[in-house]
Design a protein around this ligand. Structure first.
Ligand code: HEC
Length: 116
């Protein structure tokens, strides 16, 4: 029963997000992201709640992206990806937004980024 309510809640969030084009960011497309396998899937998964700029600002290794997905799921009600989807997301995120990636445009590297 609890599981069912969670599913319903997730579906409701989807409906609300899908029906509020005013707040979506129409200019953002998958093509604006680094080109690696899984780009469309990752874009589709994350864009429902926030701009991919929120994601692209971060540079992390795979374990920390993994933690981020868990955080999104537990704290922000992201629909949990199944194992296969999680792998697609992590493969993409770790390649597209690795630790200490130069900031878009500037080439500035955060000097105090945590060492992995
Ligand atoms: C169900 C909603 C939801 C989904 C889906 C979602 N997020 Fe989030 N995310 C949030 C919220 C809420 C915040 C915190 C609000 C904010 O920082 O603007 C957040 C913040 C973040 C941050 C932190 C940014 C920072 O400045 O610290 C990262 C990184 C992030 N999300 C990554 C992702 C990735 C990657 C995906 C797709 C795999 C994703 N999120 C999908 C809700 C979501």
């Amino acid at each position: 029963m609890r599981k069912l309510s969670l599913l319903l809640a997730a579906a409701a969030v989807g409906v609300v997000l899908a029906s509020s084009p005013g707040r979506a960011q129409p200019e953002e497309t998958p093509e604006s992201l680094p080109d690696f396998p899984g780009r469309e899937e990752t874009f589709g998964y994350c864009i429902g709640c926030h701009s991919m700029k929120v994601v692209g600002r971060q540079g992390m290794d795979r374990p920390r992206w993994d933690e981020t997905l868990t955080w999104m799921t537990e704290k922000h009600n992201m629909p949990p990806p199944d194992a296969e989807m999680r792998k697609v997301l992590l493969d993409y995120l770790a390649q597209a937004f690795p630790p200490a990636a130069p900031a878009q445009g500037g080439g500035f590297v955060v000097p105090f980024a945590p060492q992995q």
